[in-house]
Design a protein around this ligand. Structure first.
Ligand SMILES: [Zn+2]
Length: 109
């Protein structure tokens, strides 16, 4: 029987550092978003050298089948838009530190 040996990876600065982490996978404490009866749990994960957001969501659907199918279709459409929006975030879109005057700066007399 072959045995896979994976080298242990160190905890990250954001992972939970508890039972949620594995030998090669590190997981942040989950963040919960809920609104209008829907709920999503987002967890930041690093597995090896890949990092991703894991999303589990529960979205109430209408009892009417045609309406529920439309709601599922809309959910898929919006998930694709979410993927595109997240993928579009680049380092250059991050705000730069605001310019602050030095507290000990003295004006020339
Ligand atoms: Zn960890």
């Amino acid at each position: 029987m072959a045995r896979t040996i994976r080298p242990e990876t160190p905890h990250t600065g954001w992972c939970a550092r508890d039972h949620r982490c594995g030998v090669t996978e590190h997981r942040a404490p989950p963040v919960i978003a809920d609104h209008l009866g829907a709920r999503a749990i987002v967890t930041r994960v690093r597995a090896g050298d890949v990092e991703y957001a894991e999303i589990t969501a529960r979205i109430p659907l209408a009892r009417h089948d045609a309406l529920a199918r439309r709601q599922v279709g809309l959910t898929l459409h919006l998930l694709r838009r979410l993927f595109a929006a997240v993928a579009a975030v680049r380092p250059e879109t991050l705000p730069t530190a605001p310019a602050r005057p030095a507290l000990d700066r003295r004006t020339a007399a």
